[in-house]
Write a new protein. Structure first.
Ligand code: BES
Ligand code: MN
Ligand code: ZN
Length: 491
C-alpha cells in the first residue's frame, strides 16, 4: 500500500490541486484564501438549490464545476461552537468522502474550522490521522483473493507553515502504529498466537534495530513465574514473554516500560465464560497489540528516549491440566495467590511480567495496559479508558496526553479499603475482590507488584475494540501513548 503524502504550504495556490476541502461557516462565509475564486458564488448557489446547509456536520461533494474538479463542502456551523468531538467526526467523514472519489491531490482548508481551545497543529494532527486511518483494511492472511481497496488519493496539503511537519510526522507514525495494533487484534486467535506475537516483535526488532528477548515456557517455569505459568498450563499453545528495548535516549538512562496483556484467547479457563460473544475474547491481547503498535511508532519517529516493552502472552484454556478455583500459586515476586476465579487471568500474567520487567530493566516508570475487566465497561463504557496508578504526576501526564489526542483516559482511585477486598485465608492475596469496584480491585492487585516503582495502569477493556456491525479493533490507546512518550522525550 502506498503511503499517503502530507505537506504544508503557507499560501497555497488553489489551481495546484484537483480537490478542495472547504469549510463553510454558518453565515455562508468562506475561508479567506478561498474568497477570490468565485467560490463564494458557487457555494451560495449550492445552498440556494437546497443541496447543502452550512450547519455543523453537513457535507456536500460538488464535482466538475468550472472553478474546480472537485470541492468537498464542509458545514461547520458557528465557529465558536465547534468542539473536539465534532471536529474529529468532520475529519473522518471528509476523509471518507474524498477517498471515495478520484481525487488525487487535495488541499484542505479545514484547519480553519478548528475548535477555539485548540491550535493549528492539533487540527492538522486530527486530519492526518483521519485520512490515514480511513485507509485501514484488515486483510486476513488466508484471504489471498481479497484485493485491498485501490487508493487514488496520493497527497493532502494543509495551509500551514513548515513547523507543522513535526506533528504530521507524529500523526503518520501514530497511524502506522495503530494499523499494526488493529491487524494483530483483529487477527483470529488460531493465527495470532503468542508465537505469532513473538515473531512480530522479532521482525520489528530487525527492521528498527530494537533489542529483543523471548522467553519460552521452560525458561519461565525455571525462573519461578508461577502465576503466569498457572494460566498457561491449561493450553497447548506455547506461552511467551516478549521483550523489546528501544534506545533513543542516553545510554544508561532508565527506560520507561510498557507492559501489555497478551491473552490471545480468553475462554475464562475452568471458570468458563458464557458462549455468547466469546469470539471477542480474541481481542484480549489488545494491551500487547498496543505496546507493539507504540513500538512501531517509536521505530518510525525515533524520539530521544529509552523505552522497553514487556508482553506476557498465552491462551487461557480449560483442560485436564488447567488451574482450578482454590488453587494457590507462587508469583515471581514470591507473593502467593489464591486463584478463586480462573477468568481473572490478566492480572495473573501481568503480575509476573511487572516483576520481571523491574528485575530486568530497572525502569523509571511502568505503564501497563490491559483489556482487564468487564467492570471497566460498566463504569466508563466504550469512550474512555480507565487510568489508575501510584504516582499522580505520571497519571496526570497520561491524562494530559490523552486529552491532547482525544484518546481519552479517566482516573479511578486506588485506596487501602479496596485492597482489603483481596484478602485470602489461604495465600497472600486472592485474585478477585468481589463484584464491587472490579476495575479498582484488579488494579489494587497489580499495585502489590509495583510498590517500588512509579506505575500507572490502563484498563482498555471498553476502548480497544468496538462490537456490533462495525466490529473491529480501534488501535487505541496508541495515540495517547505516542503523545505521552513524545512529550517525555522533549523534556
Ligand atoms: N478479558 C476479561 C475482561 C473483559 C471482559 C474485557 C469483557 C473486555 C470484555 C478478563 O480476563 C476477565 O475475564 N475479567 C473478569 C474478572 C472477574 C472474574 C473478576 C471480568 O471482568 O468478568
Ligand atoms: Mn478472563
Ligand atoms: Zn482476559
Amino acid at each position: 500500500m502506498t503511503q499517503l503524502q502530507f505537506s504544508t504550504q503557507s499560501t497555497p495556490l488553489l489551481h495546484d490541486f484537483d480537490t478542495l476541502i472547504l469549510p463553510v461557516f454558518d453565515n455562508g462565509k468562506l475561508h479567506c484564501s478561498a474568497n477570490s475564486e468565485g467560490l463564494e458564488n458557487l457555494v451560495s448557489r449550492v445552498i440556494k438549490q437546497g443541496d447543502f446547509e452550512a450547519k455543523s456536520g453537513k457535507t456536500c461533494l460538488v464535482t466538475a464545476t468550472e472553478a474546480f474538479p472537485r470541492i468537498c463542502l464542509v458545514g461547520v456551523g458557528k465557529a465558536e461552537e465547534m468542539n473536539e468531538k465534532t471536529y474529529i467526526e468532520l475529519c473522518q467523514s471528509v476523509a471518507k468522502i474524498v477517498q471515495q472519489t478520484g481525487a488525487s491531490n487535495c488541499l484542505s482548508l479545514l484547519t480553519d474550522a478548528l475548535p477555539k481551545s485548540k491550535n493549528g497543529d492539533w487540527a492538522i494532527y486530527q486530519q492526518t490521522l483521519a485520512f490515514s486511518n480511513n485507509r485501514y483494511d484488515y486483510v486476513h492472511p488466508s484471504r489471498g483473493a481479497h484485493k485491498p481497496a485501490k487508493h487514488n488519493l496520493k497527497s493532502v496539503c494543509f495551509e500551514a507553515d513548515k513547523s507543522a511537519l513535526n506533528i504530521i510526522k507524529q500523526a503518520q507514525a501514530t497511524a502506522t502504529g495503530m494499523t499494526l495494533t488493529k491487524d494483530l487484534a483483529n487477527m483470529p486467535s488460531n493465527f495470532c498466537t503468542p508465537t505469532y506475537l513473538a515473531d512480530t516483535a522479532e521482525a520489528m526488532a530487525k527492521q528498527y534495530g530494537f533489542e529483543s528477548t523471548i522467553l519460552d515456557r521452560a525458561e519461565m517455569i525455571k525462573m519461578g513465574m508461577g502465576s503466569f505459568m498457572s494460566v498457561a498450563q491449561g493450553g497447548e499453545e506455547p506461552p511467551k514473554m516478549i521483550s523489546l528495548s528501544y534506545q533513543g535516549g542516553k545510554k544508561g538512562d532508565a527506560p520507561i516500560a510498557l507492559v501489555g496483556k497478551g491473552v490471545t484467547f480468553d475462554t475464562g479457563g475452568i471458570s468458563l465464560k458464557p458462549g455468547a460473544g466469546m469470539d471477542e475474547m480474541k481481542y484480549d491481547m489488545g494491551g500487547a497489540a498496543t505496546v507493539l503498535g507504540v513500538f512501531k511508532a517509536l521505530g518510525e519517529l525515533k524520539p530521544a528516549i529509552n523505552v522497553v516493552a514487556v508482553i506476557p502472552s498465552t491462551e487461557n484454556m480449560p483442560s485436564g491440566d488447567a488451574i482450578k478455583p482454590g488453587d494457590v500459586v507462587t508469583s515471581l515476586s514470591g507473593q502467593t495467590i489464591e486463584i478463586l476465579n480462573t477468568d481473572a487471568e490478566g492480572r495473573l500474567i501481568l503480575c509476573d511480567a511487572l516483576t520481571y520487567c523491574q528485575q530486568t530493566y530497572q525502569p523509571k516508570k511502568i505503564i501497563d495496559m490491559a483489556t482487564l475487566t468487564g467492570a471497566c465497561i460498566i463504569a466508563l463504557g466504550h469512550h474512555i479508558s480507565a487510568v489508575l496508578g501510584n504516582d499522580q504526576d505520571l497519571v496526570n501526564d497520561l491524562i494530559s496526553a490523552s486529552q491532547t489526542t482525544y484518546d481519552r483516559f479517566w482516573q479511578m482511585p486506588l485506596s487501602d479499603e479496596y485492597d482489603e477486598q483481596l484478602k485470602s485465608n489461604f495465600a497472600d492475596m486472592a485474585n478477585i475482590g468481589g463484584r464491587p469496584a472490579g476495575t479498582i480491585t484488579a488494579a489494587q492487585f497489580l499495585a502489590r507488584f509495583t510498590k517500588d516503582v512509579s506505575w500507572a495502569h490502563l484498563d482498555i477493556a471498553g476502548t480497544a475494540w468496538v462490537s456490533g456491525a462495525n466490529k473491529g479493533a480501534t488501535g487505541r490507546p496508541v495515540p495517547a501513548l505516542v503523545e505521552y512518550l513524545v512529550q517525555a522525550a522533549n523534556g
